[in-house]
Design a protein around this ligand. Sequence first.
Ligand SMILES: CC(C)(COP(=O)(O)OP(=O)(O)OC[C@H]1O[C@@H](n2cnc3c(N)ncnc32)[C@H](O)[C@@H]1OP(=O)(O)O)[C@@H](O)C(=O)NCCC(=O)NCCS
Length: 182
Amino acid sequence: MQIDVIPHTEQQKKEPKLALRSPNAEDGADIWQLIRSCGPLDDNSMYCNLLQCDHFAETCVVAEIDSNIVGWISAYILPSDPETLFVWQVAVAEKARGMGVAKKMLLDLVSRQCCDDVTRLKTTITKKNDASWALFRAFADRMDAPLEHDAHFIRDDHFGGNHDTEYMVTVGAFGARESAAA
Ligand SMILES: CC(C)(COP(=O)(O)OP(=O)(O)OC[C@H]1O[C@@H](n2cnc3c(N)ncnc32)[C@H](O)[C@@H]1OP(=O)(O)O)[C@@H](O)C(=O)NCCC(=O)NCCS
């Protein structure tokens, strides 16, 4: 299935339309449900999702197709480093996967005014999450940015043995691959 943000032709007008926006507090419960349906993501409390929608709306993304929420990114700019956007969770409903929704949400996010000073993105990924690695590699390619990773939150040291090690992935500086090649 093809999706486009803005329909250009009669054919495209009939296809599902993707809309990206910042969340509001009324989205909290739907987002909580979406995340619960998107293993292997950790569940959050609904209150946590409400705070993201309310206090961090500028750096979070809701994706809708025909007014139904199908995608979500929670993120924030690091308090100690205004050049770094940290992406907490990315979730796309199963029925909307493989259509570029997650990549479009990331690109939308870094193009927002609140990210004017952002030069790199960080996130954490577990070793086995192939879809997530593929997403951030594709994003790095699109941003002409190098991608590096290091074990960060370790199974036994940080999770008491209850969660796979999370690798800190850094994509950036944006455009650095282009300037290195020039
Ligand atoms: C990871 C996830 C968000 C990807 O969403 P999506 O909308 O299907 O991803 P996109 O269609 O934007 O794909 C982005 C890139 O990743 C690749 N990709 C996506 N899913 C993939 C998979 N399962 N295996 C391999 N590659 C994959 C796409 O081919 C695309 O690469 P390209 O741009 O070079 O063609 C989605 O699978 C999901 O919600 N998974 C469960 C929750 C999760 O693990 N979230 C990530 C934790 S941060």
